[in-house]
Design a protein around this ligand. Structure first.
Ligand code: 13P
Ligand code: SF4
Length: 347
């Protein structure tokens, strides 16, 4: 799997475009973006946006990237304020890595169905069943769950983080079952137990969706490729189908969102079918406009990611809301696992 990626930096207010309807209280056209940039400067704030944010939010951010790249940026940021345009666990992770900074999230209700799939109490119960096992938590978890874990990872470095655990030690991987299956496949590790959680958006991209769309797109564009996020419900089936010759073996790739972007820059394929949240298509199209980028399931939209509207971002910058805090005792216990995450894998 390729490493985390972060895209080129600041887009000026004048260049930023509002592609959707601006939210209530926003200025028309690109004016809101100029105002957001002005407020960010005034507050000494850096705006970090995940690849699944709405295009207009990506365009106004200082940096757009995957979970790993954004965590690394938060850890080394010198800005007084980190504005995290993403979901809550991402902002919490930034706060764990940068405890002396003010971390703001434009919409505090932006949760994550995957992170909600396991509680700290459930982790404690699981650990009690397997004493001595190492707990590897995906970054899509609460701070309390991270505090119960030995190591943390993202989709960009999950296999490398698991491989860092001595071979004879059992691993409890949580909470995503599809990413867990992918890690087991890549590492060949038999002593890896996987929690049965899932992201409702990625799980909803079914093997049937992928197969149907893949046949259409390959039919119309011979040489087309498939990029599949490992959280997808179709990832295992796709690799199996590739092995059976039903999908193009050398052109079916399981990648983190950062990995997709790196692959986008070099692909010679005429078209690529993308199985992940549809916000990703914005960066892929910018990275390589010559390719026809197509969503495996255009309905794969994360409502939590799309809660960051221009209005919410402006309010966040103007009023300093909502500040993200993590109980210092929980943060102290979670920090070791999160620091291992940012130092493992490709830079
Ligand atoms: P990455 O950007 O790290 O691949 O994560 C995908 C995701 O689902 C975040 O919620
Ligand atoms: Fe969570 Fe899924 Fe949304 Fe990512 S796409 S934030 S995993 S609900």
């Amino acid at each position: 799997m390729t490493g985390a990626e972060v895209q080129a930096s600041r887009v000026t207010g004048a260049e930023a475009q509002v592609t959707g309807a601006p939210g209530e209280g926003t200025a028309a056209g690109g004016e809101w973006a100029a105002e957001a940039r002005r407020l960010a400067r005034e507050r000494d704030a850096v705006i970090l946006a995940h690849n699944y944010q709405a295009p207009e939010i990506q365009d106004v951010a200082d940096h757009v990237g995957d979970s790993l790249a954004l965590s690394r940026l938060a850890a080394r940021s010198t800005a007084s304020v980190i504005v995290f345009a993403g979901v809550y666990f991402m902002a919490e992770t930034a706060k764990i890595l940068a405890p002396d900074r003010t971390v703001l999230i434009p919409e505090a209700r932006a949760g994550c169905s995957l992170a909600d799939g396991i509680t700290a109490e459930q982790v404690r119960e699981w650990k009690a069943q397997y004493p001595g096992a190492a707990v590897v938590a995906y970054v899509n978890t609460s701070a309390e769950v991270k505090a119960e874990s030995d190591l943390c990872c993202t989709s960009a470095n999950a296999a490398q983080v698991v491989a860092s655990v001595p071979e004879e030690r059992e691993v409890l991987f949580l909470p995503d079952q599809f990413l867990g299956a992918h890690v087991r496949r890549v590492t060949g590790r038999a002593n890896l137990r996987v929690w049965a959680g899932e992201c409702h958006v990625h799980a909803g991209i079914s093997p049937a969706d992928l197969r149907r769309k893949a046949h259409d797109i390959i039919g119309a564009n011979p040489g087309a490729e498939l990029f599949i996020h490992p959280e997808c419900g179709c990832s295992t089936a796709a690799l199996w189908q590739a092995g059976e010759g039903d999908l193009p073996a050398g052109r079916t790739r399981v990648l983190s969102t950062g990995g997709m972007l790196a692959a986008a820059r070099t692909t010679k394929a005429p078209a690529v079918l993308v199985a992940t949240e549809t916000g990703m298509l914005h960066q892929l199209r910018r990275a390589n406009p010559a390719v026809r980028w197509e969503a495996a399931n255009p309905g794969a939209v994360c409502r939590y990611m799309k809660m960051t509207t221009p209005a919410a971002l402006l309010r966040c910058l103007r009023e300093g809301v909502t500040e993200v805090t993590v109980d210092p005792a929980v943060a102290a216990r979670a920090r070791r696992a999160v620091e291992a995450m940012v130092t493992t894998g490709a830079k």
